[in-house]
Structures are given as structure tokens and as C-alpha cells.
Write a protein that binds this ligand. Structure first.
Ligand code: X5A
Ligand code: ZN
Length: 606
């Protein structure tokens, strides 16, 4: 593409030249679809005599699930019996046990387990109860990451039956929600085989049971264990009634269980396209903000739109701070928040079933935070959400794929963006925003609007070279955007051009990295008689300020823009020409660019 030859008129794709109604946007993304006719007619209604009913929280814990243990005495295995006793103990210490309704575990039956697993698998597990030491070792070694003793099969049946009983209790209204403190875990267990410390897939078997025997129509399984639940995904990959959504460490397929099927490019098949949602972290080291961001941008909109009859969480705590395997940093408070958000779905019918998690202290404190929220306590306050660049990139990849299947992920604005921006080499998003410079409310609205356009339009595109062009009060909203979205901005923005006119020259936020970048990538046109030039110290936080050519002093925004437009486009062209000629030498280049322009006053006449 030769940018020099491009007519400026052709650059214009005015996506939205009026001030969108921010309230309208809110009601669109947060709207709750409500009960659809299917839910009302399939007999689910009788399960929740609603309004003001007292909330009760069920708890499954059977000490016999501690019998499953490593045969090699003295040899440490992370999936240890003390995991569930540690959780039980902390709940006791913090006086939660007495507030919980104990739901007895029982062994799952062959018929139940075989709704997910093959009879061959059931028999193989069953046989282990009578095996000698050598046979146990040999059988365990035949699987990927599984150990066995003579009680393993019994414990696996108990864990599975425990989750079934708790979910039944929730559907029947005996309890509102609950926590299943069970082991061995389940989500790696596939229809035909044990895997990853898992023998039977507790959550998958439960979901099938609910549909088969308990008249439940739609189920959401949310898996926040650090590992991808390959077994659960496999069990429901073509089932449109069960949504499986997993947040996990992926590392380009390197992390356990090490399959490409954990990538966001796997989203379900046939009628169930979009019913598998993978949110794959590219590395270890994710924090609370990353999880909450994924929740707010992907999990909750989908949960709301799907409107399940019950939510089951594959609640591993190996993403918790301190976990030796997960190496992420999720705090107990964040686990509490995720639990809290999920309570808003399915009339509060929510069951957490333990999966992985290998630091006893971490999993105990995380489980405690979740149980407290289930019991009705408010989660503690979290600091403001600051997702990492890797998180935002992952989430937006997920959104790009999933917005084809979920309306709530693709508001009208974004559909326009898909059509007008992704299908061409370039586009201009023009936001005209009329207001008075001193009006704080409109400044706040414009800040929100730019963040919204960035998150929902620009990040949905493949544009690698975004230019930000601010005029008048639009300028300070851009420095706000740059500060709020620093990691992605540094990655995607080619240059920032500002024409503040009589407005104060805005500054970017703290951080030498950001400030240096801003200085290197900005071009701020400040007229000769602007008070800026009187300042003694000209800090880099104001960007690279310059006098417009043929300076005529402070004038209304449209006039200054008019005066500067040659210079502005020369600036954009120079940077683009440089970047594109560099990229064209590489096969993977993308030449798309967007100019986001926000200003007040009359439309910019080029
Ligand atoms: C349930 C769970 C982890 C398996 C890791 C095997 N399994 N290296 O967290
Ligand atoms: Zn795990």
C-alpha cells in the first residue's frame, strides 16, 4: 500500500459521528436476558420458590476420601489427602462449618459414571481395588500422571457421588448453593481414561446426571483450575445444552495437559459452536486483575446470555498465589469475587467442586473466601483492575472468536467495527463530542467513551498501527486512555497527535517507560501564545510539543486543525511509511491502521 498516494477523502470511514449514549451501551452489555420460555416450560421453575427465601449453603466432605493416597511411602505427591482436611480445618477455625448444611457423600453408581465414561474405563478403575502393589503401580503408570491404591476407586466414586448429591440438593432447593470438598479431582478424566490425578470426571458426570435424571436443561461449567479440563471439554464438545468455559495456563500448548485443544480456537462443534470457551493464558504469572478482566469481558456476559439453570465450578485452587504448579498469583479475595459474580447467574444456584490446588495454605484460604461468599458475606474490596497486556490480548482473541456466537460479546458498535475496519487497510473513527472545556461530567463521559471504543472496537481489529488524534478537550481523554491502557497502547499505537488549542496541554500518568514512550511517539501542536511556553520546566509528561508551522496563535479548534492538517498527515505518513516498509520485508505483516480522532467543535474539514 502506498500511503503517499492515498487521497485523504478515502481515508474517511466515519463510524460514529454523534455522541453515543453511554447509558444505552451499559444497558446493552449488562442486560439480563431473563427466563426464556424453555426454562419456564421444562419444569425447572418448581425448583426455586424464589423471593426472599433464606439462603443456605451445602457442604460435602467425607473423610474417607482421604484414603486415596500415594503408595510409595515417604514419597511426596502434590495430590495429597491433606488437601481436603486442610480445607475442612480452616472452615472449622473460622466458624463456617456450623453455618453450612452438611450433604452426605455417597458412591456414584456405575450407571451414573457411565453417562460420561465407557464401561471399559469403569471396569479398569473398579479392578484396582483388588490389585497387589506391583499391579497398582503398573496400572497407574499406564495412565498419564495417575497414582492408585486399593481405595482409589472407592474414593473416586465418593467424590463423584458427593458432587452429584450437592447439585441435586441445589436443584431441589434444599440448599441454595454449596461447596464440594472432594478428591480425587476430576476434570482431566476423559471418557476412556484416567489422567492428571483424576479417575472419574466428577463435574462432567454430575452435569450429565442432572440432565438425564433431574430434568435440568442448561448447565454452565466454569473451570478456573490452572489446568485445562480436557476431560470436561471432550465430554461436552458437541453438546449445546452445556457450556464449558475454562481459564487456564496454556503457554502455547506447553503446559499440562499439553494439547492444542485448550486454545481459544477450539470453541465447540456442530450445534454446540460457541459452547466451549477457552481462555488460554500464554504464560505463568497472572494476577487477580487478569482473572477479573476475563470474568467481566467474557465469562459473565456469556453466563448471563446463556442463562443456565445451574452453575458448576471446577474449582481448582492451583491458580492461587503460592501454588507450586500453577505459578499464578490469584488471591483469596479474587476467588471470592469470582464466586460472588457467579451467584448472580441461575438464581444463585451455584456449586463449587474442588479440583486441583497443591499449596495447602493457599487452597485453604481460597476455599474459605469462596465459602464465605457462598454463605452470603461480601467479598473484600479489590484494588482497581489493571489487566496485563498478555491478558488483554488473550481476552480479545477469545472475544474475536466467540462474538460470532454470543450477542452479548458483539454489541452493535463492534459489528460496525468488524465490517468497516477489519475488511480494509485503514479506517478513521471520528468522534465529535460537543461540550464545554470546564465541564467535568462531559470530560468523564468522553474518557469512558474512548476506553469503550479502544476496548470494543480497536482491540477487535487486526490494526497494528493506531493513531490517536485529539483536539480540544479530546486531548486529555487521550492521555487518560494512554495511562489506563498502557501495555496495549505501547504495542499498537503508532503516534499521538494533539491539538489542544486553548486547552491546557494534558499529561500522561506515571512510569518512566510510559513517559519516554509518549515523548517519542507524540506530536503536540501548541500555539506560540499558549501559556505552556511560559512554563519553566518542560517535562516529557507533556509529550513532544511544537509550534505549528505558520503559527497564528491560539484560535478555535477547527481553525487550528485546518492550519495543522498538512503537518498532521505528513507526520502519520512518515511513521506509517517507515513501519510498513519494515513490515513488508517480513511475511507476516498487517498493514491495517486506524486513526481515532476525538475533538469538540465542528467536524474536521480536511
Ligand atoms: C487436577 C489437576 C494436575 C495434573 C498435573 C500433572 N491435575 N503433571 O490439577
Ligand atoms: Zn489443576
Amino acid at each position: 500500500m502506498s500511503v503517499e498516494n492515498m487521497d485523504i477523502e478515502e481515508l474517511y470511514v466515519v463510524v460514529d459521528s454523534n455522541k453515543p449514549n453511554l447509558n444505552d451501551k451499559t444497558s446493552k452489555t449488562l442486560k439480563r436476558p431473563g427466563l426464556d420460555s424453555q426454562t419456564v416450560t421444562n419444569g425447572i421453575e418448581k425448583y426455586h420458590p424464589q423471593a426472599f427465601k433464606e439462603s443456605r449453603t451445602g457442604f460435602v466432605y467425607d473423610i474417607r476420601m482421604r484414603y486415596h493416597g500415594n503408595l510409595h511411602e515417604g514419597e511426596y505427591h502434590p495430590e495429597d489427602p491433606s488437601r481436603i482436611s486442610g480445607i475442612a480445618k480452616i472452615l472449622e477455625t473460622y466458624n463456617c462449618t456450623e453455618r453450612l448444611v452438611r450433604i452426605p457423600a455417597r458412591e456414584a453408581t456405575k450407571e451414573e459414571v457411565c453417562l460420561v465414561h465407557s464401561v471399559k474405563h469403569w471396569n479398569e478403575v473398579d479392578k484396582t481395588a483388588g490389585m497387589k502393589f506391583d499391579q497398582l503401580v503398573e496400572t497407574g503408570d499406564q495412565y498419564n500422571s495417575v497414582y492408585l491404591n486399593n481405595d482409589s476407586a472407592f474414593c473416586a466414586r465418593l467424590a463423584c457421588g458427593g458432587v452429584i448429591e450437592l447439585c441435586k440438593a441445589v436443584m431441589q432447593g434444599t440448599v441454595t448453593n454449596g461447596f464440594a470438598n472432594v478428591r480425587p479431582p476430576g476434570h482431566h478424566a476423559e471418557p476412556e481414561e484416567a489422567m492428571g490425578f483424576c479417575l472419574f470426571n466428577n463435574v462432567a458426570v454430575t452435569a450429565k446426571c442432572l440432565r438425564e435424571y433431574h430434568n435440568v436443561n442448561k448447565i454452565l461449567i466454569l473451570d478456573w483450575d490452572i489446568h485445562h479440563g480436557n476431560g470436561t471439554q471432550k465430554a461436552f464438545y458437541s453438546d449445546p445444552n452445556i457450556v464449558y468455559c475454562s481459564i487456564h495456563r496454556y503457554e502455547n500448548g506447553e503446559f499440562y495437559p499439553g494439547s492444542e485443544q485448550a486454545n481459544y480456537t477450539f470453541f465447540g462443534s456442530g450445534e454446540a459452536k460457541g459452547k466451549t470457551i477457552n481462555i488460554p493464558w500464554p504464560r505463568a504469572g497472572m494476577y487477580d486483575s487478569d482473572y477479573i478482566y476475563a470474568f467481566d469481558k467474557v465469562v459473565m456476559p456469556i453466563a448471563d446470555e446463556f442463562s443456565p439453570d445451574i452453575v458448576i465450578v471446577s474449582a481448582g485452587f492451583d491458580a492461587a498465589e503460592g501454588d507450586p504448579i500453577g505459578e499464578n498469583h490469584v488471591s483469596p479475595i479474587a476467588f471470592g469475587h469470582m464466586t460472588h459474580r457467579l451467584k448472580s447467574i441461575a438464581n444463585g444456584r451455584l456449586v463449587l467442586a474442588l479440583e486441583g490446588g497443591y499449596n495447602i495454605d493457599s487452597i485453604s484460604r481460597s476455599a474459605l473466601a469462596c465459602v464465605k461468599v457462598l454463605l452470603g458475606e461480601a467479598p473484600e474490596r479489590l484494588p482497581p483492575i489493571k489487566p496485563s497486556k498478555d491478558c488483554m490480548e488473550t481476552v480479545h482473541n477469545v472475544l474475536r472468536v466467540q462474538s460470532r456466537y454470543w450477542k452479548s460479546l458483539a454489541p452493535e458498535h463492534v459489528e460496525i467495527a468488524e465490517d468497516t475496519i477489519t475488511k480494509q487497510d485503514c479506517a478513521i473513527i471520528d468522534i465529535d463530542f460537543s461540550s464545554n472545556p470546564g465541564d467535568n461530567q462531559s470530560r468523564h463521559d468522553l474518557n469512558e467513551l474512548l476506553l469503550y471504543v479502544w476496548d470494543n472496537m480497536i482491540l477487535h481489529t487486526a490494526a497494528r498501527h493506531v493513531f490517536l488524534l485529539g483536539a480540544g478537550i479530546g486531548c486529555s481523554s487521550f492521555t487518560n486512555l494512554i495511562t489506563e491502557r498502557e501495555p496495549m497502547i505501547l504495542d499498537r499505537v503508532g503516534g499521538v497527535i494533539m491539538v489542544p488549542s486553548e486547552i491546557e496541554v494534558p499529561k500522561v500518568g506515571r512510569g518512566t517507560n510510559l513517559i519516554d514512550w509518549y515523548y517519542e511517539h507524540s506530536c503536540i501542536f501548541v500555539p506560540e501564545d499558549h501559556p505552556y511556553w511560559e512554563k519553566k520546566q518542560k517535562s516529557k509528561v507533556f509529550g513532544r510539543c511544537k509550534l505549528p508551522v505558520g503559527n497564528m496563535g491560539v484560535a478555535p479548534v477547527p481553525e487550528i486543525l485546518d492550519q495543522c492538517h498538512q503537518e498532521i498527515f505528513r507526520y502519520v505518513y512518515t511513521i506509517l511509511a517507515e513501519k510498513l516498509s519494515y513490515e513488508n520485508s517480513k511475511p507476516t505483516s498487517s498493514s491495517t491502521f486506524v486513526i481515532l480522532q476525538a475533538k469538540h467543535g465542528n467536524p474536521f474539514v480536511a
